[in-house]
Design a protein around this ligand. Sequence first.
Ligand code: HEM
Ligand code: HEM
Length: 456
Amino acid sequence: MADHAAHALEPNPTARAFCLTSAFWFAVATTAGLWAAGYLIAPDFMANIAYLQFGRLRPIHVNLVLFGFVTPGLLAAAFYYVPRLTRTELFSQRLGVLTAWLWNLTVTVGIVSLSLGFSQGREYAELVWPVDMLVVLVFALVGVNLIMTVHRRREPVLYVSIWYVFAAVVLTALTYALGNVIWRPDTGALLGIPDAILLWFYGHNIFGLLLTPLSLGVAYYVIPIVTRNPLYSHTLSLLGFWSLLVVYTHIGTHHLLQVPVPTWLKVVAIVDSIAMVIPVMAFLINIWYTARGKLGEIHADIAGKFIFTGTIWYFFVSIQGSVMALPQVQRITHFNNWTVGHAHIGVLGFAGMIALGGMYFILPKLSGKPLYSRFLADLQYWLVLIGITGFLVILTTVGLIQGNAWFNGETVYRVLPEIHLYYVLRLSAGLAILSGAYIGLYNMVRTLFFNPGVQA
Ligand code: HEM
Ligand code: HEM
């Protein structure tokens, strides 16, 4: 099997630090998610511990999965492939490792402050001003390191993965600052409707201009290598890149269809949500055609398996998203667990799976040895896949029950007993994901530090 082969050691302490960061926070984030899911079953569970209440755990969970797990995992792969694709060394390993430490400091300060009740109360922008500044700083440091690496390149052609990672890091540093209204440190917010519009411009950009381009960059790098096929079409990859940037930046208002924002803005958001089919299919056709006839190779390679599965979830989450942007559909799916299901298949099924695949791809190269355990990596794959599929089915069903009850004018307290069982099932599916996260952490730490495998 491809990933059992020994690899020449390619020391890259920055990529290693980001890998460990991601694996560690994945475990902590799922623990927080499971805890939060427990509250939805038994709201009085630990009711007296203020810093572990649902209202605090939820933003802790969400910020951890976004900034603790998925983004660092995808960046770990980028820190590996950018120097390789440019045929040079990373500009500064020292700066990279320092950035990883600062990154962990930022995440830690962020969750401790949320748990102590310091929150700006805006979804995906809860972190208070000093933490916001740290987030902008770490993105800027990542940007400097990668830009300087490309500046010193020996390869004139910039492969599409590099385009994606640059777009992600540079645009996120900007949209994060804008969306968190960092020029107003006390509130981190504008007033009224303009604030909602700005918040969701930023909010969907976290998925569309951070997680999506970073994930596509990893897939574009790994799939041709694993399948030993050249990329199907470079032109298509550029069409996908530019259409993603043009279309994604306009769709944030589809989160506000139930809000009195100007109608023209809603129309733009809806039309562009449908137009998202262009960048999505440009990418998927390109990757799936690259992998055509090589499913055996993908199945045999754990990184390829995670990443290819992530592309399938990308297909589902995007088609679902375009449909959810239609006002008639959202009349039922908004304000309930349908959207939470969509969020999990997007952030975990698509971006999280690709982050895990990226890490499994680079780990044997970073340690110069095969993975500590291919069996544990496979087990993690299945646990995460079963858990996320369970989430989709359970949360979509709950969402339909809640949405139709709302549509028919039912009161919330009559619906809650009906959905109780589903919350228990969601917790069980969560246990699978949580186990997968801890198994992955163990496997990755063993691969890097206590690995009996033979060095190549
Ligand atoms: C043990 C596994 C997990 C459990 C039990 C869990 C549970 C939860 C719960 C209870 C919420 C709050 C939903 C609400 O407000 O009603 C939530 C939100 C969220 N979770 Fe998880 N989660 C898990 C893993 C993950 C992972 C691994 C990711 C991403 C990589 C993730 C991404 C999210 C996101 C993006 C939200 C916000 C959803 C929204 O606002 O619509 N979760 N999760
Ligand atoms: C064609 C692509 C996509 C479209 C058109 C789309 C559309 C939507 C819409 C309309 C909503 C709002 C639902 C509501 O509030 O009623 C939503 C929510 C969400 N989407 Fe997507 N989506 C797409 C892809 C993705 C991807 C790839 C991800 C993750 C990487 C993602 C993550 C999320 C999350 C986390 C939410 C929940 C936001 C919240 O807390 O309310 N989406 N999406």
